[in-house]
Ligand binder design. Structure first.
Ligand SMILES: Cc1cc2nc3c(=O)[nH]c(=O)nc-3n(C[C@H](O)[C@H](O)[C@H](O)COP(=O)(O)OP(=O)(O)OC[C@H]3O[C@@H](n4cnc5c(N)ncnc54)[C@H](O)[C@@H]3O)c2cc1C
Length: 396
């Protein structure tokens, strides 16, 4: 979309200035001027102009022939040639959806010396794997990865495209969706099919997690969605599964980009990776300080657990953001989640409520966390957590 002032009609009356919520309009030489870096095309000025002097022009998109699109694709994210676990979860969901609409599941794998990994994708549910193998794809880079995906999508026309809501997935797939003029629903917690219309139903929390919104992409293809790790169950490996591996040769121009990786510095974590942890000991505002987190870390060490945090603890600078659990942090699904001094607001719960066992330690018996807790301990975490550490030290 684009916005412009029709100078012949503009009288410089300044009505539009008052209605613009972004302060994007000023009058110069008795004519309105729009600062495009501030304007968000909300259209308030268009409605306010009595002289019809402001015009928003919509880009006319060519109508998509929906019948040309077929099949479900999963982006097979890899790091250091290891397929990321979210891919197994997406393949499981893709298979379930594919059976409903009687179509096939494909994975798309980009990397270097990666072809051998394609078989793993077939064992986990892909019918076809499109592989692009090139030295320049050894590490993720936005531009070549985006160019290649767009090229493949335009060539093969999948009707649904799923991707992990990882840092790479988020960076990549939004670019792809924009360039293909299609819709993208980020961070879905549920995916299903409207069988009558053969449309993907993409469900995700909205309005701060207070409602679940189901979003559809009825007129554009592919229908694109990202899903966080651990939202869906993984597909099981079946080494008897057969599929087709298609090696794609790509025009060198698609591999070009404006950025290059100079160095990769691994984050050195003292504790277990939160997304992969079987047990998580998590702390909230009730922990009280950065230093106090030590008692949670002591318990985590004994249990070989990861340490999580509520946003309140992260905002206070007690734990790094990478440990935040919840709507704007990580989604986790460990076997045991021990919530210490966390009240249990919805934005926290959406990130951990699928944990198998939830243990809540809170001194307020009415704290909402107790509603979803498997075991609740009403009491002071400063007494209970060290007592647990002591007890487990003796047992484990
Ligand atoms: C758009 C949006 C996104 C958000 N995203 C997230 C997110 O990703 N993750 C997240 O966590 N939050 C998120 N929030 C914030 C969320 O709404 C809550 O503010 C936050 O989760 C509260 O953290 P808390 O439970 O640690 O703190 P509080 O709600 O203040 O709870 C502290 C708890 O500690 C207990 N307590 C205090 N002292 C002790 C003690 N000595 N022993 C035992 N218990 C004690 C209290 O009884 C209380 O229940 C988001 C909010 C918004 C609006």
């Amino acid at each position: 979309m684009a916005i412009r002032i029709i100078l012949e009609k503009c009288t410089g009356c300044s009505l539009c200035i008052k209605t613009c919520p972004f302060g994007a309009i000023k009058i110069q030489d008795k004519k309105a001027i729009i600062d495009l870096s501030k304007c968000n095309l909300c259209g308030a000025c268009v409605d306010s102009c009595k002289f019809g002097a402001i015009l928003i022009e919509k880009t006319t998109l060519t109508k998509v022939n929906l019948n040309e699109y077929c099949g479900i694709w999963v982006f097979a994210e890899q790091k250091k040639s290891l397929i990321q676990p979210v891919v197994w979860e997406l393949l499981a969901k893709a298979r379930e959806l594919a059976e409903k609409i009687n179509t096939e599941v494909s994975a798309v794998l980009l990397g270097f010396k990666i072809k051998e990994k394609a078989k793993e994708l077939i064992y986990r549910g892909a019918d076809k794997v499109y592989v692009v193998d090139d030295e320049s794809l050894v590490n993720f880079l936005d531009e070549p990865y985006t160019n290649i995906l767009i090229n493949l999508i335009q060539k093969y026309k999948p009707e649904i495209f799923l991707c992990g809501a990882t840092s790479i997935g988020r960076a990549l797939i939004s670019r792809v969706a924009v360039k293909l003029y299609t819709g993208l629903t980020a961070d879905c917690t549920g995916l299903d099919i409207d069988l009558e219309k053969r449309i993907l139903l993409q469900t995700r929390p909205a309005f701060g997690g207070n409602i679940m919104a189901t979003i559809i992409t009825p007129f554009h293809r592919p229908q694109m969605a990202t899903v966080r790790h651990k939202v869906f169950a993984s597909s099981k490996e079946d080494r008897t599964r057969k599929g087709q591996i298609i090696e794609e040769s790509i025009d060198g121009i698609l591999l070009k980009g404006r950025t290059k990786i100079l160095e990769i510095i691994e984050e050195i974590g003292s504790t277990v990776n939160l997304s992969e942890a079987d047990i998580i000991v998590s702390g909230g505002r009730g922990v009280g300080s950065k230093e106090n987190f030590k008692i949670l870390e002591d318990l985590a060490k004994v249990l070989n657990a990861g340490v999580g945090a509520s946003r309140a603890a992260v905002d206070n600078g007690w734990m790094p953001y990478s440990h935040q659990v919840g709507q704007t942090g990580k989604t986790v699904s460990p076997k045991i989640y021990i919530a210490c001094g966390i009240s249990g607001q919805i934005q926290h719960l959406v990130g951990m409520q699928s944990s198998k066992i939830i243990v809540a330690i809170n001194k307020d018996p009415d704290a909402p966390i107790f509603k979803i807790a498997t075991y609740g301990v009403v009491g002071d975490l400063f007494e209970i957590v060290p007592a647990l550490t002591k007890k487990f030290k003796g047992v484990l």
